[in-house]
Ligand binder design. Structure first.
Ligand SMILES: Cc1ncc(COP(=O)(O)O)c(C=O)c1O
Length: 390
């Protein structure tokens, strides 16, 4: 994913992934087959939902979900400005308006009081992101959504395997969407998964991902029956996940316990190595949260500027250590500013957090020596750039 000596992320592919992908290639069943069904079952089991629908990406999954829930032009969807852009773009795809609310500075998820306050008669859904894989306050958004009789959509693209008081990500919303891009906890190259307990919604998503075709128990069931492959009940998309992608996913899910253990090991090592540094703010993880760790993002202490942060990231990269500014605020992205007229200052907490974040290299196989090297480079760059305050 990167030519950096210590890259920002790295997929964890073993012989098992190779064997399962090869078995699909040899089976000649490259789409709509048994692998996707198996992958769907494994993900549903992990997040405690009845149904799972594999799709071509997290973004596509979110788009299909909004469409399936009937979100339309004129509707408002409450969401966070501090996320990857896809969590707001999906709202624009269906012609609705994203209503951003500021975040809580500890968990970096939406402030529940502001979510409640943002609800209007036009609010059609709350779309909550588990930022950097932290499920904090998901239960609170679920209660707000229930009180107002609107659905909670969980954008859990970054959160497979984490839980809040034992309740797994993906099970809080009426529907949730995972993403499997190569920097995620598990990867299928590209891919995503919609999860829900709502059978009708799952079925509708299955149809939407498959060109609006009618659905059987498995989409493949209708493949052979005369005529039905070319019958289209609604405007659908080709959002299918291939058997090759699903084979990768099955292999990753079979190793999921070990993957989560490794990610926790790496996060613990970073915490121990960097926690005492007065120039840095560590991720805040509440005791009722069990993480599966998407990325490891530290923040420069209050008083550092965005320019200083950017300089630091550049010099880390120049020293062959991956680093990134996860995430610039969505409302300040050029086309959001142009379309909605957002100005800096609109969401002060999200902006102040976003200007000082540094994502550090994070993957399952980082060694203690590499983590030490990342920490040393970060400390050295702080000194060399004349930024050290503590
Ligand atoms: C919060 C969030 N939402 C949506 C997405 C989109 O997922 P994908 O890249 O699979 O389309 C991502 C992926 O990076 C994400 O982090």
């Amino acid at each position: 994913m990167s030519d950096q000596e210590i890259p920002l992320s790295r997929p964890d592919i073993t012989e098992l992934e190779e064997q399962l992908v090869l078995s699909v290639l040899r089976s000649e069943r490259l789409s709509i087959g048994p692998m996707i069904e198996q992958f769907e079952s494994l993900v549903a089991e992990t997040c405690g939902t009845q149904f799972a629908v594999g799709v071509s990406s997290g973004t596509t999954g979110l788009h299909l979900v909004l469409q399936a829930l009937g979100v339309r032009p004129g509707d408002e969807v409450i969401t966070t400005p501090f996320s990857f852009i896809a969590s707001a773009n999906c709202i624009l795809y269906v012609g609705a308006t994203p209503v951003f609310v500021d975040i809580d500075p500890r968990s970096l998820n939406m402030d529940p009081a502001l979510v409640e306050r943002a609800i209007t008669p036009r609010t059609r859904a709350i779309l909550a992101v588990e930022t950097f894989g932290n499920p904090s306050m998901m239960d609170q958004y679920a209660s707000i959504a229930a009180r107002h009789e609107i659905p909670l959509i969980e954008d859990c693209c970054e959160a497979l395997g984490c839980s809040l008081r034992g309740r797994p990500a993906g099970s809080f919303g009426r529907v949730g969407v995972f993403g499997f891009y190569p920097n995620k906890q598990i990867t299928t190259g590209e891919g995503g998964m919609i999860v829900t307990d709502d059978e009708r919604l799952a079925d509708l998503c299955r149809s939407l991902r498959n060109q609006g075709r009618p659905t059987g128990r498995a989409d493949g069931a209708v493949h052979g029956s005369a005529g039905s492959w070319l019958r289209h009940q609604r405007l659908g998309y080709n959002a299918r996940m291939s058997e090759i992608q699903a084979a990768l996913g099955v292999a990753q899910m079979k190793r999921f316990g070990e993957i989560v253990r490794q990610r926790n090991r790496v996060a613990d090592l970073y915490m121990r190595r960097l926690a005492g540094n007065p120039d840095l703010i560590m991720p805040t993880i509440d005791p009722d949260v069990a993480m599966s760790w998407f990325v490891f993002v530290v923040r420069l202490a209050a008083g550092f500027t965005m320019e200083e942060r950017d300089r630091l990231i550049r010099s880390m990269r120049n020293h062959d250590v991956g680093a990134a500014d996860y995430f610039p605020c969505i409302h300040l992205q050029p086309f959001y500013r142009e379309r909605f007229g957002f100005q800096p200052g609109a969401f002060p907490i999200a902006e102040s957090v976003s200007q000082r974040t540094i994502a550090l290299p994070f993957h399952n196989r980082l060694t203690e020596r590499e983590i030490d090297l990342v920490a040393q480079t970060l400390e050295l760059m702080l000194t060399r750039e004349g930024l050290q305050r503590g």
